[in-house]
Design a protein around this ligand. Structure first.
Ligand code: ARG
Length: 642
């Protein structure tokens, strides 16, 4: 290892060599950025593709430029001198001694990643952040799983990560629950399982108040027509809006027109009731916020139950937080935040409300409603102030679904103008989870699926897979493996998607033994471990003496696996840089398939000689470690036997 300090990211090493070697007139940054993994073995292990663009800018021949760079760059001992190919590509092939030394170092040192490439940062990850006292559903899964993976990845790269669950514990759902608790509670059910009863009350009150908006709007249209004396038109509209009759017969219209008043009375009563409920729940929320002792007491009674239920889900998913500062925590700060924004001239009155007008935004950013209430935006502004003053973060990642992108654009713009312009605020947005029918995931009952039952289902599905493949395991072992496989499947399915796209939730596919699934990777790992068991080799002891093993890459499959293994740090660093865990899942999947071709073509325990056997065992051991570590960064476990 030239230069003493060991760097495990080979791509970075190559880039440094090229950065020093590019001739004058070529931008070293864009040139080095264009060095990447080759698309095919034919073009070496890496390719430098920057000559074409640089030659165009400089007005020279790209092949000549490529030849000049090849001449100047010194890649020894990492790689052979680059070869000029095609219109001006540079193909780079790693040397066997370098591959061997790099892999051996990893085995002996036990380290797979570099110590903080670049400057260590303090990064707050705002993730999961469900609204409590509503049933947690599958939509919350994405934020939880993606946020956790990003936190683990940044931590592994040596950054200081602060995990914050920004709980929605102060919103309108509490007004609904408070009202429901007073009017509709089943005391026995509440005593037995408070969280389930609160969730039931939430749904019930939601059903009661929903018509206020939906029906209310339609009804207002009809009433307006009646006011204007357009009776027949009003009847036609009723038939269309409430009965779904687009082209009623003239008789139908005439009939309804005569008795329209009584028909509307029924609807009016329904809407009036819904409006009354909505209004009553709104008052309960306002009372809670204003400090009403009874509502505060109930809130304090509900919260521990809600938190305990969440805790159970997090424990199951192996998710932890450093803080769970819910929206309620920031409530006492909101008045000052608003006063400050007003004093600085950022917030101005607008139709009785207080708003910030940001350039390029198509709506004002409301921070105080007409009735004096603060909102989600006010809380998020207070949160930024608190986070910056308390943790001095370099970055804050908000792992929240794409529907909130306008909110975050406005929030970040406001924060910058407010003076928080050095912290990097990022909305890590993601798409929707869909059912097999391509619509947002729901059960047959039409409910959004409860997260808990979904996890139960995944584990049950995994249990079937385990029963089929490993009938010999003891029942307790099977249950443990089923948990690892089931929860891993759910997490991996989510993480392996490009996070900005929607994806279909399909348990059968998630736990398939073949394809890009956690199950496939976990099986690759377990089969790998069985080689060591069969050969009576202790992996830890073996790795310790790996320094004296000669790694031999005679078979292309051996070399192919070695090169894949070398790339692990590149995949992790790229996943971090792009905030995309699917870069890591793609890498792990490629590693597992490369390993499986190696395994098919190169006998390990029955290798031709002891030297070859040891060399292959070393590749196996490093593969196992890389798979386990990589899955670990995604919050996914492995089992020694599956
Ligand atoms: N509680 C919000 C919701 O469920 C998400 C909060 C995200 N974090 C934030 N700082 N706004 O929609």
């Amino acid at each position: 290892f030239p230069g003493g300090k060991v760097r495990l990211n080979v791509l970075t090493l190559l880039r440094e060599r090229f950065r020093r070697a590019v001739p004058e007139g070529v931008d070293p940054e864009s040139f080095t950025r264009a060095i990447r993994e080759s698309g095919s073995d034919k073009f070496g292990d890496y390719q430098a593709n920057g000559c074409m663009a640089a030659a165009k800018t400089a007005g020279v021949n790209p092949r000549d430029l490529a030849a000049a760079v090849a001449q100047r760059v010194d890649l020894a001992p990492l790689a052979n001198p680059p070869e000029v190919a095609g219109p001006g590509f540079l193909n780079i092939t790693l040397t066997t001694p370098f591959l061997a030394e790099t892999l051996k170092h990893r085995l002996v040192s036990g380290r797979l990643l570099d110590d903080c490439p670049g400057t260590p940062q303090t990064i707050i990850v705002d993730f999961s952040s469900p609204n409590v006292a509503k049933p947690m559903h599958v939509g919350h899964l994405r934020s939880t799983v993606i946020g956790d993976a990003l936190a683990r990845i940044f931590e592994a790269l040596g950054h200081k990560v602060w995990r914050d669950n920004h709980l929605g514990d102060w919103g309108a759902q509490f007004g609904m629950i408070l009202w429901g608790y007073r009017h509709l509670r089943d005391p026995i059910a509440y005593a037995k399982n408070p969280v389930r009863e609160l969730a039931r009350l939430y749904r019930k009150v939601n059903d009661l108040s929903k018509p206020a908006e939906e029906l209310g709007e339609k009804l207002d249209k009809v009433l307006k027509m009646l006011d204007e004396g357009r009776r027949d038109e009003a009847a036609r509209l009723v038939l269309k809006l409430f009965d779904g009759r687009e082209t009623p017969t003239p008789e139908e219209v005439a009939k309804l027109s005569k008795r329209i008043a009584s028909r509307l009375r029924v609807l009016q009563e329904k809407v009036a009731h819904a409006r009354a409920v909505t209004e009553a729940t709104r008052r309960e929320t306002a009372k809670l916020h204003a400090g009403d002792p009874e509502n505060r007491r109930l809130w304090n009674e509900f919260m521990p139950h809600c938190l305990r239920a969440l805790e159970a889900v997090y424990r199951r998913l192996d998710i932890r937080f450093d803080t769970q500062l819910g929206e309620s925590f920031f409530d006492p700060m909101l008045a000052d935040v608003v006063a400050d924004l007003q004093a600085k001239g950022l917030a101005v009155e607008s139709e009785g409300a207080l708003a910030v007008f940001n350039e390029g935004a198509n709506a004002p950013f409301l921070i105080r409603k007409r009735d004096g209430a603060y909102n989600y935006a006010t809380t998020d502004l207070a949160t930024i102030k608190h986070r910056v003053e308390t943790y001095h973060p370099d970055r804050v990642l908000y792992v929240v679904d794409h529907r909130q992108s306008d909110h975050f654009k406005q929030l970040f713009a406001t924060a910058r103008r407010w003076g928080y312009d050095t912290v990097d605020l990022v909305h890590v947005s993601f798409g929707t989870i869909l059912g097999r029918d391509g619509r947002p995931y729901k059960t047959r009952a039409g409910d959004v699926v409860g997260l808990e039952s979904l996890l139960d289902e995944a584990v049950a599905q995994a249990r079937k897979v385990v029963e089929e493949n490993s009938p010999d395991l003891k029942p307790a072992e099977k249950a443990k493996v089923a948990r690892i496989v089931g929860l891993g499947a759910v997490k991996y399915a989510d993480l392996s998607q490009n996070r900005t796209s929607d994806y279909k939730f399909d348990l059968d596919k998630m736990t398939a033994m073949n394809g890009n699934t956690a199950t496939y990777l976990q099986y690759a790992y377990a089969r790998n471990r069985s080689i060591f068991r069969k050969g009576g080799v202790d992996p830890a002891k073996f790795a310790k003496k790996a320094g004296s093993i000669e790694l031999i890459f005679n078979h292309p499959a051996e070399r192919g696996l070695a090169v894949k293994l070398v790339r692990y740090p590149e995949a992790v660093e790229l996943a971090a840089a792009e905030l995309k865990p699917n870069i890591l899942t793609d890498y792990l999947f490629q590693l597992a398939t490369t390993y499986s071709s190696f395994f098919e073509e190169c006998p390990v325990l029955k290798a031709e000689s002891d030297e070859r056997r040891d060399s292959r065992l070393a590749l196996c051991e490093l593969t196992a470690r890389t798979l386990k570590a990589g899955l670990g960064l995604l919050g996914i476990g492995t089992a020694e036997r599956l």
